[in-house]
Ligand binder design. Sequence first.
Ligand SMILES: [Zn+2]
Length: 356
Amino acid sequence: MLLAGCSTVPSDNAEALPGDWSATNAVPSVGAPKTSRPVKPPVKIVPIPPAQTNVPPKVSRPAPILTWTSLNRWAAENKLTAPRKISSSPVASYAITSPKGTMVLIIGSREATWRGLGMHLGFAPEIIDDQVFIYGLDLQKNLEPLLLGETFVSSSNRVIVIDPGHGGVNIGTHSLVDGRFEKEFTLDWARRIRPLLTTNGWTVFLTRTNDSDVSLSNRVAFAEAHHADLFISLHFNSAAPDKRQNGVETYCLTPTGLPSTLTRGFNDSWTNRFPNNAFDSENLQLAVRMHGALLRGSGEEDRGIRRARFMGVLLGQKRPAVLVEGGYLSNTREAEKIATPAFRQKLAEAVAAALK
Ligand SMILES: [Zn+2]
């Protein structure tokens, strides 16, 4: 698995280089935690600043809210109904609803759902004085883009770069069923996507159209050279030797100041700001579209929208960008499905449907 691609299971040896596809730039930190175990920022309660939400992020970037904020108060500020408790046991969970949809938050857990899709917060919500409190950056980066944000995919977004993961000597992972490499499946998926998006009016470029080895930095440069409005990197997953893990994951870059969902032993420096962080809101909105469409199209399990800051194919993007993992080649049932052209066509149609 050292040269294999999309293992989302952290290595048992944290000092091993994650031999990964999308990892670059970041420096593997020796002895770093295998998964994010963030130290929670101190609970300090101050009033939330007014009028955070009506300002388009690229025009004016509001100062980050680095304090814990009452969700009731935030809801009232934004003219939303107060969060309602929907379960007490085994865990307390709360739903907050806007005209855009409902988010469910679990007290003490970073996992949340948005319109039924799994997603991950930077920090687990807490109860303080019988009220739900949320870390301010989670409000700004995870709640506001979904509950309050306007959709950004429009007729002005018309150039898209589709990135079939791996290629050439970079084979990615391999199928448990027939031994074929991830690089073949991602290329086939991209080739199926192209005509569908073209029919829908998109100008589509593929970072590779054959079995060639393209560096991650060149994939980013390719998107830049083609003035891409959006970037989508295609991958398949592996948890080998675990054959049980299955499902679909969608990744976008972790916002500055928040811990990642997945670090794979890489240094997860919260203070880093990458070019793609200018698109934090759009990244999440694009991830939601992709993830929902892929789940509907594939019928596979939801492993959630996740955050990472070691994926070199995303960091430098000056446009909304996501990386999707269309299922596990290490899971027999999913590998059998991925091996069929009909299923890969479904995945392609899902990507096209996400951008309608
Ligand atoms: Zn991959």
